[in-house]
Design a protein around this ligand. Structure first.
Ligand SMILES: [Zn+2]
Length: 245
């Protein structure tokens, strides 16, 4: 009899009904013993790595979640900023700080609150990307306007009817990469003229960085789940040894 919860154990209907408690790291249900890491319920299997390596070992899933939630937050922030510029005709660079805050929170949430240098770098990169994504609609508009002028010039000047070549997938990828590249470089293209903008962006990046600082890890436990319905068997189960942490 192994005390360690296995992933498939969630479907074992013979186990006594436990409170709806799952490990915050691997999501497997807590069967008997658990710890808390900074207040989050942690199973006996996951507490060992956390204790050994600190909370930075988020794994690929944690990094993917951090990227996903951080990007979702950044997308919302960039869209709000763009809409304000577009429809209210206001250039509120301070929203860059808001984007940094949202992305920072998103990465922090996605990573399970781990923090640490890797997630700080990730949060800063995502913040910068989503701040500059705010310029993409303008760049696309400018490129399309230029292409439109060219097309008109061709039609009016050339004798042969212009046959519109279908845009290949490769051209599309190149165009998207071009637009993103321009957007990412945009804050620096104005050089010293955009010193205020760069300053505001760096405040936004600082927000994202700060929010993902490594948190000190507090491990408490082991605790025992109170059995909701004790088994009818007369023999109380022996206290299982804590697996080597
Ligand atoms: Zn776990």
């Amino acid at each position: 009899m192994s005390d360690a919860p296995v992933p498939g154990a969630a479907l074992d209907f013979d186990t006594p009904a436990a409170p709806a408690t799952a490990c915050a790291f691997c999501a497997s249900p807590i069967i008997d013993q658990y710890f808390t890491v900074n207040g989050q319920v942690t199973c006996t299997r996951c507490v060992g790595p956390v204790r050994a390596h600190g909370a930075t070992g988020a794994g690929l899933a944690g990094v993917a979640r951090a990227i996903g939630v951080g990007s979702a937050a950044g997308l919302v922030g960039a869209a709000v900023w763009w809409a304000i510029r577009r429809f209210a005709s206001l250039e509120i660079g301070l929203i860059a700080i808001g984007i940094g805050h949202f992305v920072g929170l998103g990465v922090r949430h996605g990573s399970g609150g781990r923090g640490g240098r890797g997630f700080q770098v990730l949060a800063v990169a995502l913040t910068y990307f989503w701040i500059t994504a705010n310029y993409v609609p303008d760049i696309v508009q400018a490129v399309m306007a230029r292409d439109g002028v060219d097309a008109v010039g061709e039609v009016s000047g050339g004798g042969a009817p212009a046959t519109a070549a279908p845009v290949s997938a490769r051209e599309t990828v190149l165009a998207v990469a071009f637009v993103i590249g321009i957007a990412v470089a945009a804050p620096f293209l104005e050089g010293a003229g955009n010193i205020i903008g760069l300053l505001i962006i760096s405040f936004g990046l600082w927000q994202a960085w700060k929010l993902n600082a490594a948190t000190p890890i507090v491990i408490e436990g082991p605790f025992r789940l109170q059995a909701a319905s004790p088994p009818a068997a007369a023999l109380p189960p022996p206290l299982p040894p804590v697996p080597g942490a």
